[in-house]
Every structure is written in C-alpha cells, then in structure tokens.
Design a protein. Structure first.
Length: 466
C-alpha cells in the first residue's frame, strides 16, 4: 500500500527533528504522540483512504523506510539492529513492546466481556441519560401532583424532589436540615430556628409521594436530576432546592430499591408571604448583607456572573480559537482554585473524593500524572478570572462550564458543573478560575493512546447480575 504523502510528511518531520546520524528509538510518549498525529492526518483524509488497523506497526514501517532499514514490514523494527541478548538491546525492547500489545488486547477482550455480561440486574438495565429524561417527563405528565401545578396556577405548590435508598420519610425533610459542611436549609421558622420533620409533616401541610424506583442507584439519581432540572426555572419557595443534586451514582446493585420521591404543600408560600411564620433562606442575600464590600469589590449576582463568563469567552484567545478552528477541536477543563493554577489544573485526572472517577486515563486505565499532563500531553494553563470573593469565582466557573456543557466528553473534560463551597468569608485570598487545554488529546483518544472514562459505562460495568 502506498502511504499518503501527508502521512509520510508527518513522520519525516520527526526524522528531520533528530541530529544527523541519529539511531535512537522512537518510543514511549514520543512514539504515542507521533502515532496520534498520524492518526489525526488519516481522520482528515477522504473516506476512501483506508486507515491501517495497526497504527503502531504502520508508523514503524514508515520510520523504517525513511531511515533506510531493510524490510521493516517483516522485522517490525524501524531502528538499527541491536546486540542480540544484550541487557539493553533493541530486541528486548521489541519483546517488551509485543508483550504490552498482547496485554492491551486481552484487556480489551475482558472489557468487552464485562460489558456484555454485567448490564443487567434482576431483569433491569441501566438507563441512558435520554431515557432518564424521558422517564422524568413521563412522570410529570402522568402524576397528579405535577398536573395540579398546571391546573392550579394561582395557588402554586411548594415542593422538594429527592432520592433515597431507605423509606421516603427518612429523606423527605432534608431540605430543612443542617447536614453537610456547607449546609444551609432552604426554609426556617421566622426566628431562623430549624424546622423539624415532625413539624413539617404535622403542622406545615406537607405530603410525601413516591415518583420512581429502580434497583440501580444511577437510574434513580438520573431521574431525580432530570426532574429537578425540569423545574429549576421556578423561584425558590416553589422549588425547595437550590441546585440539582450531584451525589454518588455508581453503587453496585445489591437488591435495594432506590427511590425518587416528592414532598409538597400548598400552605408554604402564604406562610412566607403574609403570615411571616416561615422564612426563605437566601444565602446570597444573607452573605451580601454581611459582606457588601471587601477591598473595593462586591459580590456579583448570578446574572452578572453569567455576563462575565460570556465576556471571557468573547475576548479570550483560547475560546475564540474554538470557533475559528472547528476542524481541530481543543480538549479543555475549566476549574476553580484558591491556590496556584498548577495545583488544581490536573484534578480532572485524579481519583480524589469518595466517588472519584478521572475523565481521562492511559489506555491501560492507569492514572495520568500532572507531570505527564503538562510535559507530554501538550496541555497549557491560563488564568481566566480572579476575585477576592470565593462566590464570585465559583459562579463564573459554573457559568463557563454550563456554556460548554453541550460539547461531547473529550472536548470538555468535566462531567457536571462544579458544586463546591461558595460562602467563604473573604480574607484577602485571591480566588481564581483557570483553563487547561490541549489540541493533542482527541487524536490520542482516537488512536487508543488515551482512554476516555465514560462515567455511565463505568457504572454499568460494575453492576453485577444475580
């Protein structure tokens, strides 16, 4: 097969980058990058150009031809022959490379087998996100509570949609609780004391109802998220949550029923508006009242944070290049930090947190280190925004991430907008929003050098059959 000129030119560029008479090996990350670049060229060529099935061997063959090695297609060597049996001989390296390919092949076969066997539990499958959203819409159209919201528009309900793996009564009051490090109940008594579950059910007219259940936690969590997003436009007081929940999803099924419920009352808004019996807790207004200024800076409202995010995308060269170079999309990660940018820029690759799941890994699923990310994968880091208020930086980060949430995973390197703490007292620390980006990642994913960790597949993989 005659090699396309464009492909040969890419490999020739690598050969030309070496000193005259250079006989060293093209291996490791350098080899992976070259394979990725050759793959990218093939992707851009007309469809009638056949893409080699073994890109590593193909690149080796071209290297051998360009460097004058005889019959590289038979020897699989694009290097000068080394001493046979020597401790550092090329023959040993070739053996190691062959063994690595065999291990990768077996791993791919095992992974395919896992996906084929572990997609069911007790007759139930994992929903994809579209089906979870469709199920949520079906619930709103068939359930009496949601239908009454449309029919009785003048007398709006207050309601809370929630997930639990226990009895509905155990979770239905959590929007009133102080659990969690940054907990802030949505509703309190007018004197700001906590409303108990007993008070909620016996005195405030709340009723509880089951909406959906599944043997997979991920199904219940996704339907919960989809339902909350359908009503996210409602003012706080009608909806009794601030943001869609983003808790753990990937738990192995064990026979437990995972439930989505709703707790609702028609008495809450009158108690807030006229009687002054209850108080709606708005953390932004409270925080702004306590800290109207700090060192000449004020707290942005959400509209201003969104406007700032849009301004950044229109003025920043990285974002402008995404529009100008649509044929060569970037992979990028938008992040917040109160430390140096380099301290946080690699966190999409880490396993931190109880349910940590890196977005990107090596093809053998080993972790990519920060050093590898910055030195070998072509990533660059840039500051986008900074503020003396954590909430400003967090809101601009969230607004930027939401602007690009429509992009496929692999171009964007986060799964959901961040839900980290916001309400930290200003102390002079600079809170930053940064971006880390590379144009080399998608070719490396397509060529098999890197692996995109799809959260949904990862969850499905771990599910066992009975």
């Amino acid at each position: 097969m005659t090699n396309p000129e464009e492909v040969t030119a890419v490999v020739q560029k690598w050969v030309n980058s070496k000193p005259q008479g250079y006989t060293g090996n093209c291996k490791g990350v350098e080899r992976k990058v070259l394979i990725a670049r050759v793959t990218a060229v093939y992707v851009a060529l007309p469809e009638d150009i056949k893409v080699p099935s073994n890109m590593n061997r193909h690149v080796g063959s071209i290297l051998g031809l360009l460097r004058g090695i005889t019959c590289p297609q038979n020897t699989r060597a694009e290097f000068e022959a080394g001493e046979v049996g020597g401790a550092t001989s090329d023959s040993q390296e070739r053996m190691q490379e062959s063994n690595m390919h065999e291990r990768e092949k077996k791993q791919d076969e095992l992974q395919a087998d896992v996906k084929a066997r572990y997609h069911l539990f007790d007759g139930e499958t994992i929903l994809d996100l579209d089906n979870a959203a469709a199920k949520a819409l079906e619930i709103t159209e068939s359930n009496k509570v949601f239908r009454s919201m449309v029919e009785n528009g003048d007398s709006p309900l207050s309601f809370y949609i929630f997930y639990t793996s226990r009895e509905l009564g155990d979770e239905c009051w959590r929007f009133l609780s102080m659990r969690g490090k940054n907990a802030n109940p949505v509703l309190r008594h007018s004197n700001e004391s906590i409303i108990t579950k007993t008070e909620m059910l016996q005195e405030l007219g709340f009723k509880v109802q089951l909406l959906f259940e599944s043997k997979f936690m991920v199904n219940a969590r996704d339907v919960e998220d989809a339902l909350q997003k359908l009503f996210q436009h409602l003012p706080l007081g009608e909806s009794l949550w601030r943001e869609p929940d983003c808790e753990a999803k990937r738990e192995e099924p064990d026979g437990s029923l995972h439930k989505v419920g709703i707790v609702f009352s028609k008495d809450i808004l009158p108690m807030i508006k006229s009687a002054g019996v209850l108080k709606l807790m708005d953390p932004r207004a409270d925080f702004k009242a306590r800290y109207p200024f700090f060192d000449g800076e004020t707290i942005l409202d959400l509209d201003n944070a969104a406007a700032k995010a849009l301004e950044i995308t229109e003025s920043n060269k990285v974002f402008r290049s995404m529009v100008a170079d649509v044929g060569s999309p970037l992979s990028f990660y938008i992040f917040y930090t109160s430390k140096e940018l380099d301290d946080e820029c690699s966190c999409f690759l880490s396993s931190r947190g109880k349910n940590g799941n890196p977005v990107l890994r090596h093809s053998n699923e080993s972790i990519i280190t920060k050093t590898e990310m910055l030195q070998e994968l072509g990533f660059k880091v840039q500051l986008l925004f900074e503020s003396k208020f954590m909430v400003n930086a967090r809101d601009v980060e969230g607004a930027l991430q939401k602007l690009y949430l429509h992009l496929p995973l692999g171009e964007r390197l986060w799964r959901q907008p961040d839900r980290g703490a916001k309400w930290e007292k200003p102390d002079g620390t600079l809170h930053k929003v940064g971006i880390v980006f590379s144009k080399d990642i998608l070719p490396m994913i397509k060529s098999g050098v890197l692996k995109l960790m799809e959260g949904r597949q990862h969850g499905a993989k771990r599910a066992r059959t009975e």
